[in-house]
Design a protein around this ligand. Structure first.
Ligand code: FES
Length: 212
């Protein structure tokens, strides 16, 4: 049985808005869905004076619902302040699209999470957070839940690919249960670095393979 998409979802899927990369982006974020293993990458160009979004683009490795919701939320965020864009929810995208099938709600959440993470990364990079919470193991693990293990199609935490996390004086060490010659090692390692390096008090991130 096919999934009952609204006309608007199909329109946005067939003619998505704001697809692509921003080469000199001020902030980016890649989010993976623990529900389906799909990913979306979002790019932001921000006016530092007014803190408004001058440009926003996305690349989706997800389904029709994800492409449609990412299109909608980038349209809703374009030209708006970071404060406004932070409050865009999957429910607002859902409403604009005329209702997603319930099994596809996580696809909208994935798109919204990518926008929120990109804004958060910008705030970390520019010291704009309301509260400067020191990064600890819990924060590292939370961020790592957005990195997908392509072998299992689930996040690297729940699939036990992260063997240990450690932060000391801004230096982060992430031990992974993968050998350095594993086909996905380089890919997973660079995604881990990309997700953790933007944190305001993180100076560098080292990913340590397991060679045993
Ligand atoms: Fe993965 Fe929609 S099923 S993003």
């Amino acid at each position: 049985m096919s999934i009952p998409y609204t006309k608007k979802i199909l329109q946005y899927f067939l003619h998505p808005k704001n697809v692509g990369e921003i080469e000199d982006a001020d902030a980016t974020a890649t989010e993976g869905s623990p529900s389906c293993g799909d990913q979306v990458k979002l790019f932001l160009k921000i006016d530092p004076e007014t803190l408004t979004i001058k440009d926003v683009k996305f690349l989706s490795y997800g389904c029709a619902s994800n492409i449609a919701t990412a299109s909608i939320i980038t349209e809703l965020a374009m030209g708006k302040t970071l404060e406004y864009a932070k409050n865009i929810t999957w429910e607002s995208a859902n409403k604009e699209l005329g209702g997603l099938p319930p099994v596809k709600v996580h696809c909208a959440i994935l798109a919204v999470d990518a926008l929120k993470s990109a804004i958060e990364n910008y705030e970390h990079a520019h010291g704009l957070m309301k509260e400067k919470i020191p990064t600890d193991d819990r924060i590292l693990m939370k961020r790592l839940r957005g990195v997908i293990n392509p072998v299992a199609g689930k996040d690297v935490v729940s699939t036990k690919l992260v063997a240990s996390v450690q932060i000391k004086d801004g230096h982060v060490k992430i031990e992974v249960a993968l050998a350095s010659d594993h086909q996905f090692y380089n890919n997973i390692s660079s995604e881990i670095i990309e997700r953790l390096e933007p944190l305001w008090d993180v100076e560098d991130v080292e990913v340590i393979p397991n060679e045993n």
